[in-house]
Write a protein that binds this ligand. Structure first.
Ligand code: IMP
Ligand code: MG
Length: 175
C-alpha cells in the first residue's frame, strides 16, 4: 500500500506485468510498421514513462516527439482539449502513432486524431498503455492498447494523482 496526499492506494499491476504487456504491444507495432519510419507523439506528462519503455522495444526506424494537451469538460457535455505544448515537427505525409498513458473518456484522443489528420498525416493510430472501456464516452478507434482496466483511478508508471506518484514502478489503484 502507498499513500499520496489524502488517499491510499493498493498495488494493482506489477512492474513485471506492465513490462510483459508493453513488450507484447511493441511486437504488434514491430510487425505493422516494418519498413516504415513513423513519428511517435508522446502525450505529456503521463506518457513519458510508457514511451521510454516502449521505444526501447521497437526495431523499426522512428522519430519520437512530445506534445502536451489537456482535456477538460466545458459548460456542456462536450469536452474540449487545450494545446499546452504544440508539435514542433511537420507530420505531413507521415505515419503518426500517438503514445498515450491512458484513454479514459476518450475525449483527448478523439480531439487529437482529426487534428493530426488535418495537418496532413498519412495515418494516425493510438498506442496506449491502458484503457477504461467502461468510461469511453465518444467513438474512438484504439488500435494498440496494452491493457484494459475497470473504472478505477490509478497512479504510478507515469500516471499521477495531483501530479504526484508518477515515479512508482508499479501501478496502484485508489482504495
Ligand atoms: P480522456 O480525455 O478522458 O480520455 O483523458 C485521458 C487523460 O486523463 C489521461 O491522459 C490521463 O492524463 C488522465 N487520466 C485518466 N484516468 C486516469 C487515472 O486513473 N489516473 C491518472 N490519470 C488519469
Ligand atoms: Mg495524460
Amino acid at each position: 500500500m502507498i499513500a499520496i496526499k489524502d488517499k491510499q492506494f493498493d498495488l494493482f499491476i506489477s512492474h513485471e506485468q506492465i513490462e510483459d504487456r508493453v513488450a507484447a504491444l511493441a511486437e504488434k507495432l514491430n510487425a505493422d510498421y516494418k519498413g516504415k519510419t513513423p513519428i511517435l507523439v508522446g502525450i505529456l506528462n503521463g506518457a513519458f514513462v510508457f514511451a521510454a519503455d516502449l521505444v526501447r522495444h521497437l526495431n523499426f526506424d522512428h522519430e519520437i516527439h512530445f506534445g502536451k494537451f489537456s482535456s477538460y469538460q466545458g459548460m456542456g457535455s462536450t469536452g474540449k482539449v487545450k494545446e499546452l505544448i504544440g508539435l514542433t515537427v511537420d507530420i505531413k505525409d507521415r505515419d503518426v502513432i500517438i503514445v498515450e498513458d491512458i484513454v479514459d473518456t476518450g475525449i483527448t484522443m478523439a480531439d487529437l486524431v482529426p487534428k493530426f489528420k488535418a495537418k496532413g498525416a498519412k495515418s494516425v493510430e493510438i498506442a496506449c498503455l491502458l484503457m477504461k472501456p467502461g468510461k469511453l464516452s465518444v467513438p474512438l478507434d484504439v488500435k494498440y492498447c496494452a491493457m484494459e482496466i475497470p473504472n478505477e483511478f490509478i497512479v504510478g508508471y507515469g500516471l499521477d494523482y495531483d501530479d504526484l506518484g508518477r515515479n512508482y514502478k508499479d501501478i496502484y489503484v485508489v482504495k
